[in-house]
Design a protein around this ligand. Structure first.
Ligand code: KIV
Length: 288
């Protein structure tokens, strides 16, 4: 059953900020095409992120580094065409905000023109100049700290961040720096729960956690993880609400069995000739 009525107003950035201030938890998920966006939006999520996780989840890459701006634009446009009620955000993929302010503004501006209401980018204090420039160009920025998948090589793999004292303090400082640079919210990924809670207390903008405990202003999970659509074990922080992979596979198996046994299509899935034409076709004989 949809949680959305046709008159529900669209979610805005100030709405997310009001929710966090009022202690109402923010719900965010990812979507990569029209089908996933329609399902996510009908569930009543507050924000939809066209994440660069599209690389792993939909495009078969091993990590997010090969994802390009053109790929993000393609998936963003499919999601934007569904006109979700949820706030629509998009990831800036690797190498689209690292080569200078002008390049970053052009890349982010292009995504906004394709329907995103804000962009998300990974990184701490080093990103302050681009966050400031984007904000000044009226492009809302969601930050992303902690286990930032685009830093996969530098981090030496997908490891929980901020476990040691100095690293934890650096994350706190990074969070304040990117907030002050203009972020309207930030994702905290793969960090200890107590640290995420402390960051959330210290900030005046919402934090959205993934693998960061329950003390954030909201939570995000990848659409395919929530529905158990990916084969194999998932990370500790994922909770799947169905085994989508097995259920969808079993449905496909049933369809294949019906085809092989001649049970599909049946009369209800077939177009029938109306009576006079049926008779003509039945009576027709080749002339040669
Ligand atoms: O790309 C992505 O899906 C993300 C979220 C998981 C935060 O960055």
């Amino acid at each position: 059953m949809s949680r959305i009525s046709p008159t529900s107003p669209s979610v805005t950035i100030p709405d997310l900020q009001r929710m966090a201030e009022g202690g109402e938890r923010i719900v965010m998920t990812t979507a990569y095409d029209s089908a996933t966006a329609l399902i996510a939006d009908a569930s009543g999520v507050d924000a939809i992120l066209v994440g660069d996780s599209v690389g792993n989840v939909c495009l078969g890459f091993e990590n997010t580094l090969p994802v390009t701006l053109a790929m993000m634009a393609h998936h963003l446009e499919a999601v934007a065409r569904t006109r979700p009620r949820a706030l629509l955000l998009v990831d800036m993929p690797y190498l689209t905000f690292h080569l200078g302010i002008e390049d970053t503004l052009r890349n982010a501006g292009g995504l906004i023109q394709k329907g995103a209401q804000g962009v998300k980018l990974e990184g701490g204090a080093r990103r302050v100049p681009v966050i400031r420039a984007l904000t000044e160009a009226e492009i809302p920025v969601m930050g992303h700290l902690g286990l930032t998948p685009q830093s996969f090589n530098a981090m030496g793999g997908y490891k929980v961040q901020g476990r040691e004292g100095r690293a934890a303090v650096e994350l706190l400082e990074d969070a304040l720096r990117i907030q002050d640079a203009g972020c309207f919210a930030m994702v905290l990924e793969g960090i200890p729960a107590e640290l995420a809670e402390r960051i959330t207390e210290e900030l005046s903008i919402p934090t959205i956690g993934i693998g960061a405990g329950a003390g954030c202003s909201g939570q995000v999970l990848v659409f395919h993880d929530i529905l158990g659509l990916l084969e194999g074990p998932s990370p500790k922080f994922v909770r799947s609400y169905m085994n989508g992979f097995e259920q969808l596979r079993d449905a496909m198996v049933s369809w294949g069995e019906d085809v092989r046994a001649g049970r599909f299509p049946g009369p209800q899935e077939s177009y029938m000739l109306p009576e006079p034409a049926r008779e003509l076709v039945r009576a027709w004989k080749p002339t040669r």
